[in-house]
Ligand binder design. Sequence first.
Ligand SMILES: Nc1ncnc2c1ncn2[C@@H]1O[C@H](COP(=O)(O)OP(=O)(O)OP(=O)(O)O)[C@@H](O)[C@H]1O
Ligand SMILES: [Mg+2]
Length: 344
Amino acid sequence: MTTLADALRKVREGSTTPPPPPVEEKDTLDGVLPEEREGVPFAEVFGWEPERPLNITVLEGRPDVPAIDHSYMFPKKETEMLMRAIELGMKARLVGQPGTGKTELVKQVCARTGRSFGRINFNIAMEPEDLFGCVEVVDGATKFLEGDFVNWFREGYTILFDEMHRAPASFAMTMQRVFEDGGHLHLTAKRDGDNLIAPHPHTVMLAADNTKGLGDEMDSFGSAQIQDVSTINRWEVCIEMDYLSLEEEKTLITHYAPAIPADIRDKLATTSRLLKQAYKEKQVELPFSPRNLKTVCRLTVETGNPVTALAFSYANSLPAAQKSAVDKLVCDTVGFASMYGRIV
Ligand SMILES: Nc1ncnc2c1ncn2[C@@H]1O[C@H](COP(=O)(O)OP(=O)(O)OP(=O)(O)O)[C@@H](O)[C@H]1O
Ligand SMILES: [Mg+2]
């Protein structure tokens, strides 16, 4: 059996297989990029046939398009529904635990379809002016300075309202009209006319949240606000996001750290599943998401010891009793203890 130390040494000596090359970008005809391609088969962009035929629009040459992340694994059903909602001009929200990939799914859909991406991170202290703009004195004269949202709304961005559960109630009031079908944005504080803004045909509004806004998960997300049912009702599509499967996590580990040998990779993937289960069952208070997994992979390569990596990147943040529970799980159930010691 190859030990982790052996594998890491080989990588340093350059003898292991390098990570797979990134997927080749497609050349366009004669190098000329059209601004908009309608009716592109879904499979041409995402690489699999959807359950029912779906043609999509691909934009070119727009600003603020996120970079493609080649390690990202699209969840099929959820991606298809998100693309259908976008094509139908519907507002969709994605709901799920931290690290289930809500934000990343939206970013990667934008990356693949050439859409401009704008993200609004709510916090409970946010004022409507932060989004919509306000009157300011510039060189002795009053002027309305528009917030980012206004520009994005007018210019055809895919706007993600992230962490909706933190949105203050004042936001919902202002957004009610925008959320109507074909809704305009009314900048009531702007007094110089031209204060009714129509959305660009490519403008898409999406939301991501850890809760469904109905008072669920309040013990896990302390600052969660219960949302007005009429606001929730205006989101036409709700996509539930779940964590990656065991096999997908193995692929992700290989991508994050190709030097980690298969037996350690499999144990880390199992650890990740068990920690997620422990979080769901409220045995530990911190979720174990792909963010944690990425850090564990990097520290495993750095220290040569997956148990040390798990301790410093995750278990040490937990209260003593929960840390002991993680120790049992990782060291006994998964079986890391015999080679790599214990967390406590
Ligand atoms: N399907 C996936 N394939 C590859 N990486 C993923 C996938 N889903 C999530 N990740 C990775 O996990 C990390 C967290 O994802 P993301 O920020 O999208 O989660 P989230 O659901 O928005 O979490 P939060 O609720 O905390 O905002 C990112 O580094 C992302 O690249
Ligand atoms: Mg997020």
